[in-house]
Design a protein around this ligand. Structure first.
Ligand code: NAD
Ligand code: GLY
Length: 361
């Protein structure tokens, strides 16, 4: 088993990574937990609910299973309230522990519910998608969507542990693996050029879920994310680099309608656009832009943005949380492995966006 330690002002906790961790969930529960709420959805529960419940019940504590509807469309107040309903109906007290078993949607909602219930109860992340294992379960961003913007309501709230069972990826559709790999290669692009090269060399093994390759990719991603969030938990500086490709990606998701492209797919394509903008704004070399495009394509994510008029792109991008005083800001790369957070040069941005406007006709 590998362990990655996360240390932030809001909490310190281990990330355990190994095949079969699901059966050992009891190990990560605080000894003084009065009860456990397992939060999941029918898709994940059908595969892993019984094993998770058996592991949690082995503690001898009362376990309540809360099933939420599956999908990004349900990441909202109504679904969040279902968690509070069950916690209250079952009289869980403030020493209860919430266990979020699922992808990023369940993790974000479960964590947000834990941050609010009785002003905060402890929670454990058990991420079951690759994207959640390498990104969303680590670092304490929790929340829900609002009709006017994605992830616009939430809290920074750290789990007490993250339990990653690499075996659960076996049931994940190939498209979800590709989406998760987009976040993996993001770490190489923003902070670790050697890891980017390693991803280039191991892309086939990663897509095939070769146990050694995928475990290393998860571990390295978690180490890099742990480093960033321990420097800047609340995103007042460095943490913004984790949003590389996301300003374009969020515009794609919102413009097409959530669910049309997966979040990771939109981020993958957004990273290609951000690399093109980096070339114009910071002099990223054409060869490096080509490497980004080639690897995004090789992991199975789209590289051609959807055709939208430039004004529509700009309108959608204004909702981004990185916007300050109405000015768009982007994470860009002077070279692979280094990131800078800069205000957009409007001419360069238009030039990148015009490409996708042209692709529309
Ligand atoms: P998701 O949670 O919707 O999961 C994708 C699909 O896979 C769902 O249908 C789910 O039920 C299913 N699934 C999950 N595990 C499975 C398994 N092992 N086998 C078979 N099916 C499985 O999507 P996601 O990509 O995991 O997460 C996306 C969400 O994460 C978005 O809401 C995004 O905003 C959020 N996010 C949060 C952060 C953060 O830092 N908190 C970072 C990145 C993304
Ligand atoms: N996924 C971006 C972050 O955690 O900050």
């Amino acid at each position: 088993m590998s362990t990655v330690q996360v240390d932030t002002p809001g909490g310190s906790y281990p990330i355990h990574i190994a095949a079969g961790r699901l059966d050992l969930l009891a190990q990560s529960l605080p000894a003084d937990a009065t009860a456990i709420a397992l939060v999941s959805n029918p898709t994940v529960a059908a595969h892993y609910g019984q094993r998770a419940l058996a592991a949690l019940k082995s503690t001898g504590k009362r376990v309540v299973h809360i099933e939420l509807p599956d999908g990004e469309a349900h990441k909202n107040w109504q679904t969040l309230n279902l968690i509070f309903d069950d916690l209250l109906q079952n009289r869980l007290d403030r020493k209860a522990v919430l266990v979020a078993l699922g992808g990023g949607v369940i993790g974000d909602m479960g964590g947000f519910a834990a941050s609010c219930y009785m002003r905060g109860i402890r929670f454990v992340q058990v991420p079951t998608t690759l994207l959640a294992q390498v990104d969303s379960s680590v670092g304490g961003k929790t929340g829900i969507n609002h009709p006017l913007g994605k992830n616009m309501v939430g809290a920074f709230y750290q789990p007490v542990a993250v339990e990653i069972d690499t075996d659960v990826l076996a049931t994940l559709p190939a498209r979800e693996i590709s989406a998760g790999l987009a976040e993996v290669i993001k770490y190489g692009l923003i902070i670790d050029a050697d890891f980017f090269v390693w991803c280039e060399q191991n892309v086939a093994a990663l897509r095939a879920l070769d146990p050694q390759a995928i475990t290393y990719a998860i571990q390295r991603s978690c180490e890099l994310k742990a480093y960033v969030v321990s420097q800047d938990e609340r995103e007042s500086g460095l943490r913004a680099i984790l949003n590389f490709g996301h300003t374009f990606g969020h515009a794609i998701e919102a413009g097409l309608g959530y669910g049309e492209w997966l979040h990771g797919e939109a981020v993958g394509c957004g990273m290609v656009q951000a690399a093109e903008l980096s070339a114009l704004a910071l002099g990223l070399s054409p060869a490096s832009v080509e490497r980004v495009r080639a690897l995004v394509q090789a992991i199975g994510c789209p590289i051609q943005p959807p055709g939208m008029a430039v004004e529509r792109w700009l309108e959608l991008m204004q909702v981004d949380k990185k916007t300050e005083g109405g000015q768009l800001r982007f994470v860009l790369l002077p070279e692979i492995g280094q990131a800078r957070f800069v205000a957009a040069d409007p001419e360069a941005l238009r030039s990148v966006l015009e490409k996708s406007a042209v692709a529309r006709v």
